[in-house]
Design a protein around this ligand. Structure first.
Ligand SMILES: NC(=O)c1ccc[n+]([C@@H]2O[C@H](COP(=O)([O-])OP(=O)(O)OC[C@H]3O[C@@H](n4cnc5c(N)ncnc54)[C@H](OP(=O)(O)O)[C@@H]3O)[C@@H](O)[C@H]2O)c1
Length: 325
């Protein structure tokens, strides 16, 4: 089968199209013929950063081929002995073996049955592949931790990106008043997803415009080291600060609690792990009902994986970018 192998840590061009054997499956796994692959900022970070590679890919040093990627949609072609829920022919999607070696940049993947969700039949493989890590992250943040509810005022940073565009839709679904921060060029896009207000983070200081938010979903890794402090300012007492990139230190967390009774929560996509299946089922239902949609801005072929990586690391792609084997 065709797969994209990482030759060595470094530039996108180190991702090379290679021919390798189809993987064999464990008893609790299914073999999936991949129809679409989701690409995320973490893929590019792992590709170019040794520390992240060692940790996120769980590098052992004995691997014959290094294959990145954790998000797929496809068709089950084989099931392991202890598989009971899925059958050959099922259309599935999921974020799997994260953290670990999912080897998703390939024509076939061996995926644990418990991490593959039935794809709603009325959405495409591309839309499903997009609604994996990014959608789950948005759900874990605004629903699991943020407990967003009717009437809440929520600021969503990075609103035009993969995570942000789902976060807007989830928050609207639960009845929140959504303030989306993005670039001016993406204003119509985020308002079109249902956001009630727009902030151009390049020309406006969000914390001067909003000082009474119930929740801030902060996905910004910016040159502005004070971004998370600014998000704190935008919250009303008793609010929640959801930090998806920065790891706030104990002092920051304690001070936020003491000064404004604010809960500061570091969000991790696969934590707690036991929420995964239920959360993905909830996302699948909203996709099926058409309440939530994946916006795909670019589709690349498998051999152009390096182009997909160059795009995602630019930090200005809109919605999701997808790769098709
Ligand atoms: N904690 C977790 O478990 C977890 C999981 C998934 C992702 N993440 C992180 O969350 C972030 C968003 O992920 P994603 O998949 O949505 O990425 P993405 O698709 O690349 O979106 C990033 C968005 O951020 C905006 N942006 C870029 N630079 C910015 C800046 N300096 N200030 C404010 N906004 C800026 C861009 O909006 P405009 O183009 O409109 O400017 C872009 O739409 C990434 O850094 C990712 O690593 C964390």
């Amino acid at each position: 089968m065709k797969a994209i192998v990482l030759k060595e840590i470094g530039a996108p061009e180190n991702l090379i199209l290679t021919e390798i054997p189809i993987p064999s499956i464990q008893e609790d796994e299914v073999l999936v013929k991949v129809k679409a692959i989701g690409v995320n900022p973490v893929d590019a970070f792992v590709r170019r950063t040794k520390e992240a590679f060692d940790w996120v890919y769980q590098y052992k040093g004995t691997e014959e081929n290094i294959i990145l990627g954790w998000d797929v949609a496809g068709v089950v072609t084989q099931v392991g002995k202890s598989v009971t829920r899925l059958n050959v022919g099922d259309e599935v999607f999921g974020n799997f073996k994260f953290i670990g070696q999912a080897n998703a940049y390939a024509e076939f993947v061996a995926a644990p049955e418990k991490e593959m969700i039935l794809k709603p039949s009325n959405i495409s493989f591309e839309e499903a592949a997009g609604a994996t890590m990014a959608a789950l992250t948005a759900w874990v943040s605004v629903v699991d931790h943020g407990k967003v509810k009717k009437g809440d005022k929520i600021i969503i940073h990075g609103a035009s990106g993969g995570v942000g565009h789902y976060a807007i839709q989830f928050a609207k679904h639960f009845g929140a008043h959504v303030i989306a921060a993005a670039s001016e060029a993406n204003k119509d896009f985020v308002l079109g997803l249902g956001a009630d207000e727009f902030i151009d983070y390049k020309t406006q200081n969000f914390e001067e415009i909003v000082t009474d938010a119930d929740i801030v979903h902060d996905t910004v890794w910016s040159d502005d080291v004070n971004h998370i402090e600014r998000s704190l300012k935008a919250l009303k007492p008793g609010g929640k600060l959801l930090s998806l990139i920065v790891y706030p230190d104990a002092e920051f967390i304690e001070k936020a609690k003491k000064d404004k009774n604010i809960d500061v929560i570091r969000v991790n996509v696969r934590y707690p792990e036991e929420n995964y299946f239920e959360d993905m089922q909830a996302i699948a239902k909203l996709l099926e009902l058409g309440i939530v949609k994946t916006h795909i801005s670019q589709i690349f072929s498998l051999e152009d994986m390096h182009k997909a990586h160059a795009a995602i690391q630019s930090k200005n792609t809109v919605g999701k970018i997808i790769v098709k084997p």
